[in-house]
Design a protein around this ligand. Structure first.
Ligand code: COA
Length: 155
């Protein structure tokens, strides 16, 4: 089991570590520091419940303006996946931003993330061809997904 806590500046190192274990092209700690200081950026980190030292499992960051919310990044430690952490992180983002559309970009071949978002009522509204460049030099399209405001929370 886990709890969700607000992402704060002091968490930049641990968020960086989780990001580095989750993406080919992870953000730097400096990027997290800059992001977490923006007044428009919010997020939640999932912390494992227990008596030992806090053990972060994954996190989500989003940026909100008056018209829409963009999910900037979401990731869960490889060994902690398939246990509902991602679903809860997307769920809290939806709950906190019910009055605006939520948008995001996801690689066309990221089946786990696409499945997670579709379950949460996101639908594809566009494609950015060859948007992602992988370590092996291959390029991959980005799907643009949108979840219109005002839908019931399903996750
Ligand atoms: C995408 C990610 C955040 C999902 O986190 P997670 O904690 O494993 O997700 P959950 O356990 O909450 O699963 C929620 C749903 O996602 C989908 N899902 C998760 N992993 C999946 C997989 N490997 N294959 C297919 N669907 C998957 C399922 O629909 C699942 O629902 P179900 O368990 O009822 O079948 C995680 O895989 C991750 O960190 N990936 C690397 C970073 C990344 O790609 N982030 C998204 C960038 S847009």
């Amino acid at each position: 089991m886990f709890r969700l806590e607000h992402c704060v500046l002091a968490m930049a190192p641990v968020l960086t570590s989780i990001h580095h274990q989750s993406f080919d092209n992870p953000w730097s700690e400096q990027a997290f520091q800059q992001c977490l200081q923006l007044p428009t950026v919010s997020g939640r980190v999932a912390i494992a419940n227990g008596n030992s030292a806090a053990r972060p499992l994954g996190f989500i960051l989003w940026q909100r303006n008056t018209e829409e919310c963009e999910i900037l990044t979401i990731c869960v430690l490889p060994n902690e996946r398939h246990m509902g952490v991602g679903r809860q992180l997307v769920g809290i983002c939806i709950k906190e931003n019910q009055k605006v559309d939520i948008v995001l970009e996801v690689a066309k071949d990221n089946l786990a993330a696409l499945s997670l978002y579709r379950r949460s009522n996101f639908t594809a509204v566009g494609v950015r061809p060859n948007y992602y460049k992988r370590d092996d030099g291959k390029k991959m399209d980005a799907m643009i997904l949108r979840r219109p405001a005002g839908q019931k929370t399903t996750c």
